[in-house]
Structures are given as structure tokens and as C-alpha cells.
Write a protein that binds this ligand. Structure first.
Ligand code: AMP
Length: 286
């Protein structure tokens, strides 16, 4: 049975559980604080800190794991991204005090002190650009460092930017963009578990794909079918089904992007559609 490391708390924990549940792999734990659980009776989950997941996976304590790409790169272990899970979107950003005359990398003073809980990535970022800085490693709350006088600059994760604003800091550059990823050891495809991991990736991807789509059903006048086809391309074109009303109307079913569904429904109505239904899709495997 594959062992999957999931974040035990923090920003990624709830989204990870929800994604696995939507893929049919519900967390079934013995209690709130259980450290392991069954994932739908198919896999075993272990709950650990998101920061520790790269090490656990690299060392073989888990076969795969869900954690932020920022933490994977910071760990510097040989890991591979099996799929982007599209949640936990954030960026590792460089920020300075609002009143500091720094608007880009070139303005950063030589030997500036940089507080960060991402010392490896930060070190590499500045070294690659030949900017000499002194790294001040912190384990969290880097944004307080400029106010305490222990650093001039911070490199920290930013999602909405409100934490930086509240702390009087201004973003001046991006080190990297990150999302949550499913990761495995770099060479795991050859160790007999590759097939199971492929199935897991397929299941998670089918949920992510489905989240961006809706299933739309409508009865439309038969003589408008060409115009309907233009509005509802579907995956392979809409399904068209005869109705028992003498052939005047037909039912059309199609998968359509969720982002444009408002306009799609309006366009169908303009073509004389009736009985329009829009539903969510649980999983989509084209
Ligand atoms: P925000 O105020 O929304 O910009 O969030 C910034 C704070 O949340 C910082 O303390 C970050 O360390 C943390 N944070 C934001 N996004 C993430 C993420 N995807 N994963 C982990 N921590 C995050």
C-alpha cells in the first residue's frame, strides 16, 4: 500500500484533504489527532508538517507527498513533481520597508541583511544575480525583522499581500511562484510503485480538470442546432438527443468551461433554449 504524506495543518492541509476526497480517497482517521489514516482504503496517509514532507519523501518514509513547491526547492532534495495541484498559490517575494528607496534588485545596497525562512533559495537567487547580501535565517514571521533592526529586507511567501501591507513592507521582486504539488522521489517510476502513482496522478488530475468545467443540458429548437454548436463546442461536440415532441426540439448535452458559463446560458436562451440545466462535474477524463 502506498504511503502518502499530507500536511497536518496550515494553508495546504484542508485543500489537500478535499482534493483527495473528491478523487474518491477520503481521509478515514481514528480521531482528530491521528497521525496516520486510511485514504479511501486504497492508500495510507501520514500527517506531517508541510516543511518536513520533502525530506520524508526523499528518504522513502513516504512514497509521495503533497507540499508547496517553494518547500520542495528549498529542501534541495532529489524530488520530482508528479502534478501541479493548483492550490496554495503564492510567491516567494523580496520586500522592503515602505519608506526605503528600493524599487528593484539593482537598488539593493551591498551587504544588505535579508531575513528569510528560505535561506537556500534566497542565497542562490542573490548569488545568481551577483548581489552580495547577508542571510539572516528565521523560522517564521520574517516580516517583523526590519522593524526589529535585524534585517533590511525580507524574503517571504506572499499570497494576498495583506501581511506585508499590515507590516509596512513593500514588494519589490519575485524569487519564485509556487503552488502545492504532488511529489515523489526523482526515480520512483522504476521501483514498482510507478503504476500506482500514475493512477493516483490520473485521479487527482481528473478532479482538477472537472473543477473548471460544467455539464450543461438544454432543449433547443432543432433548426438552431448549427448556432448551438458554435456556443457549445463540448469535448467532442455536444451530444444531441431526440425528444418526443414531434422533432421540433432536441436535447443537447455538453461540457463547457465554468468561467464562461454565464454567457453560454445567455446565448442558449437567445437561441430559444428551454429547460437549461447546469451541473458540476466530479471527475473528467477526456
Ligand atoms: P498574505 O497576507 O495572504 O500575503 O499571506 C502571507 C502569509 O501567509 C505569510 O506569512 C506566508 O508565510 C503565508 N503564506 C501565504 N501563502 C502561503 C502558502 N501557499 N503556503 C504557506 N504559507 C503561505
Amino acid at each position: 500500500m502506498l504511503r502518502i504524506a499530507l500536511p497536518n495543518k496550515g494553508r495546504l492541509a484542508d485543500d489537500a484533504r478535499e482534493l483527495f476526497a473528491d478523487a474518491g480517497l477520503e481521509v478515514r482517521a481514528q480521531g482528530e489527532r491521528a497521525l496516520t489514516a486510511s485514504l479511501g482504503g486504497v492508500f495510507e496517509a501520514i500527517f506531517v508538517r508541510a516543511q518536513d514532507i520533502p525530506e520524508f519523501v526523499a528518504d522513502g518514509a513516504a512514497d509521495a507527498g503533497v507540499t508547496g513547491w517553494d518547500l520542495v526547492l528549498e529542501s534541495d532534495r532529489e524530488l520530482t513533481c508528479l502534478t501541479d495541484l493548483q492550490f496554495g498559490r503564492c510567491r516567494l517575494a523580496i520586500a522592503v520597508k515602505e519608506d526605503l528607496e528600493v524599487n528593484g534588485l539593482t537598488d539593493i545596497p551591498a551587504e544588505a541583511r535579508v531575513a528569510t525562512s528560505f535561506p537556500r533559495l534566497t542565497q542562490r537567487f542573490f548569488a545568481d544575480r551577483s548581489v552580495r547580501v547577508e542571510i539572516v535565517p528565521v523560522s517564521g514571521a520574517a516580516e517583523i525583522a526590519p522593524h526589529l533592526g535585524i534585517a533590511d529586507i525580507v524574503v517571504d511567501l506572499v499570497s494576498t499581500g495583506s501581511t506585508l501591507r499590515v507590516n509596512g513592507l513593500r514588494e519589490v521582486a519575485t524569487v519564485l511562484e509556487s503552488t502545492a504539488r504532488l511529489i515523489a522521489r526523482a526515480n520512483s517510476s522504476g521501483d514498482g510503485r510507478g503504476r500506482e502513482l500514475d493512477d493516483l496522478v490520473g485521479a487527482l488530475q481528473s478532479v482538477l480538470r472537472a473543477r473548471g468545467q460544467r455539464y450543461i443540458m438544454a432543449n433547443v429548437p432543432r433548426d438552431q442546432l448549427d448556432a448551438v454548436r458554435a456556443v457549445l463546442p463540448g469535448i467532442t461536440g455536444p451530444t444531441v438527443i431526440d425528444l418526443l415532441n414531434g422533432g421540433k426540439h432536441v436535447a443537447v448535452h455538453a461540457v463547457s468551461p465554468a468561467a464562461g458559463i454565464y454567457r453560454t446560458v445567455a446565448a442558449l436562451k437567445n437561441l430559444g433554449a428551454e429547460g437549461i440545466l447546469v451541473t458540476r462535474i466530479e471527475r473528467l477524463m477526456p
